[in-house]
Design a binder for this molecule. Structure first.
Ligand SMILES: Cc1ncc(C[n+]2csc(CCOP(=O)(O)OP(=O)(O)O)c2C)c(N)n1
Ligand SMILES: [Mg+2]
Length: 325
């Protein structure tokens, strides 16, 4: 990088811009047929992930979903190995055997990515509990959608986490859609954060497009968790700019609502905020963005050039391999 991105807001923008460009490139590769995988774009949720990363340490755990590349990039997974995994290549985080829906990268704290809606929450409570048992002060952040908050595992996890004061931050990324179901059609409460009260837990709703609001809420939640004061449910509200999966035309989405959300696109909005506040100038941002483009180019080339895993890999990494004396 030519820019060290010194202020938190500029660093946050850099992360959001990396997510934005990586996602855009992956969608381009899917359109051209150079890539053929299931893909769920996080477009619209970039700021939430970037603010989350500013609130935690690298060794804090993260659990995310199939729509999770924004969380994975923000948490620190290098783009080369992330792209290689998405392409199913041997150089990927899971030797190409996990693919886009099952990325793990313990080095940056990314412990689980799951395609089963709601299944990340109990795993996160388990991870957090393991940290307590080991006497470690790391926290666990689990990202999930609005739809997942209607799954039984959400309720079981919040109850147990509150009871055990587990150091978990439940980060609901409310993009107002669960596949093709609108929020109002599928969820009984006005705010998902209202559900926290049912478990004796702090819950709050923030504007997921406002980096400072998300960062502030998560910083408080992380502090509480690390101090042994238990879990928090943070709901960050935004909008899903793409269909549910790549290829979904989103015909069921209200056009006027979509246009209004796009007009408030949080990534260019943050760029404009940086310029307005004098935290960066146009030349600096252009240089930062050129660096990101080069980084994404490199990741694509690395993924394309890498080999697929051989058949000998089929039986490896299925069970923990332990040698008993
Ligand atoms: C247990 C389970 N039920 C249903 C599905 C099918 N499914 C995949 S994504 C999805 C919608 C989830 O919506 P939300 O939690 O809001 O997450 P988003 O896709 O908006 O990120 C559904 C129903 C699934 N993968 N797992
Ligand atoms: Mg959703």
């Amino acid at each position: 990088m030519t820019d060290t991105a010194p202020t938190p807001l500029l660093r946050l923008y850099r992360t959001a811009a990396r997510i934005h460009k990586a996602d855009e490139r992956l969608r381009g590769l899917l359109s051209s047929g150079e890539l053929a995988v299931n893909y769920y774009s996080p477009r619209g949720q970039e700021i939430i992930a970037a603010a989350m990363a500013e609130s935690v340490r690298t060794d804090d755990y993260l659990v995310t979903t199939y729509r999770g590349i924004h969380d994975q990039i923000a948490k620190g997974i290098p783009l080369d190995v992330l792209f290689a995994e998405i392409f199913g290549k041997a150089t990927g985080t899971c030797k190409g055997k996990g693919g886009s829906m099952h990325v793990t990268h313990p080095g940056s704290g990314i412990m689980v990515t799951t395609g089963v809606v709601g299944s990340g929450l109990p795993i996160a409570v388990g991870l957090a509990t393991s940290s307590v048992i080991r006497g470690e002060d790391r926290v666990t952040v689990v990202c999930f959608g609005d739809g997942a908050s209607n799954i039984g595992a959400f309720h079981e996890s919040l109850n147990l986490a509150a009871l055990w004061k587990a150091p978990v931050i439940f980060l609901c990324q409310n993009n107002l859609y669960a596949e093709s179901t609108t929020y109002a059609h599928g969820t009984s409460v006005q705010h998902i954060s209202d559900r926290a009260a049912g478990y004796g837990m702090t819950g709050l709703t923030v504007d997921g497009n406002d980096p400072e609001a998300v960062h502030g809420a998560l910083t408080d939640a992380v502090r509480r968790a690390r101090n042994g004061d238990g879990p928090t449910l943070v709901e960050a509200v935004t909008y899903r700019f793409m269909g549910h999966y790549f290829g979904d035309q989103g015909a069921y989405m209200d056009r006027a609502e979509y246009e209004a959300a796009l007009a408030a696109d949080p990534v260019p909005a943050l760029r404009a905020r940086l310029l307005e506040r004098g935290l960066a100038d146009e030349e600096q941002l252009a240089a930062l963005e050129a660096d990101i483009t080069a980084e994404v180019d490199h990741a694509v080339a690395f993924a394309l050039e890498s080999p697929y895993p051989g058949p000998d890999e089929l039986g490896h990494d299925v069970y923990h391999e332990q040698v008993y004396a």
